[in-house]
Design a protein around this ligand. Sequence first.
Ligand SMILES: [Mg+2]
Length: 467
Amino acid sequence: MDTDPSRRIYANRTLNLRSIKAIGYDLDYTLVHYNPVEWERRAYEHTRDRLLERGWPVGELEFDPDQVIQGLTIDLELGNLLKVTRFGYVIRAVHGTKRYQFSQLRRTYAGTVVDLAEDRWVFLNTMFSMSEAALFAQIVDLADQGLIPEVMGYEDLYRTVRDSLDDAHMEGTLKAEILADPERFVEPDPQVPRTLLDQKAAGKRLMLITNSDWDYARRIMEYAFDPYLGDGMSWRDLFDTVIVSARKPGFFFDDHTLYHVVDEDLSLLTPHAGVAESGAVYFGGCARRVEESLGISGDEILYFGDHLFGDVHASKAQLRWRTALILRELESEVDALDAFASKETRLTELMADKETLEVELAGLHLEQLRRVESGDRPSKQSNKAIETVHARLAKLDDEIAPLAIEAGVLNNAHWGLLMRSGLDKSLFARQVERYADVYTSRVSNFLEATPFAYLRAARASLPHEPV
Ligand SMILES: [Mg+2]
């Protein structure tokens, strides 16, 4: 069977599902998908309104879902949004909402390598970052006009926006809105419950490990799962272990107390000693405790999450769990690449022609140089040949330029593809390679793959290797 490329599972490292004994799942944007534009719009509006209360003149600002994509980097020093390559080079910069021209980009960033360990940079890990970064960029425009009171600089500006967004109250409000009107926010995928049913039937122990609280987790899982399970079955029957309010990424690093939710209606907690028992609901705890309870170790556990740092990086770096990154944007990314495929082929041909001509030109220049060095005059013939090659190169560039521009705006008019920066892989793609053993657009792509799949890593190629 030939799977649609936008729904395939892509492996950075080979993963044999038969050797996986337990599978952990994140909830939000992993098991349950939300309409990201609706969610981010509401997050944006909440934050904007908080800033309005502080007296900032932001009442006219509107959320533009295309303004920012995940995987960008904020430069706190200069107030810019950046697209960065896997090596840390900046290939596109936007100040506020205005894009840097090439010469300005070069002047500002030619000597800069973005190292995410430095405080200057904020990496936009998830779709949740869209609202925050979009609002920050718009407010940079206002700050440049001197319209923002009491703010010292771009970093201070960012912290204020961030602190307004971070408010737990906002998440509570948003989640209450989702529960009140789930049709508006949640995009149910009936194949997700079926995927988990197969995994359970194949003997995998399933775990839900979410930062959401119990009341929210229960209600949203009922909404997204129960109608598709049938026979009076509930989502609870799928999971051996349910851990809510897990506080990831700390869950993977620290030793938090595990609580048993003893009264599920009143959310009453008691500290729980010993191993986590099957069928119970727990609060907090830590990943080491999960391993002990299951009696299995890192490489027998596969963890699914959408948060590059909080789910995938943390579980991989600390415990060597196998990791699956859920990246819904991959669908439009792959579709955009597919629609561009014939132009991409043409672009590759033109670049190869250009390379041939450049070699020819270098040879002609060297010939001239040698002639002059040996006391001869430059020959008219080779001058003419050089002119001809230059003219052919100019003609090629005329054809290359619009294709290269088009390649740079695939899937998003401001930033292009999530996984590419110019001709190179993006910094985001580099993080995906490092921490996600496999990545795919949704959990249900594992339905077709079955719980017995052998997911083989693609052969990696280096510049010297034949393609
Ligand atoms: Mg999530």
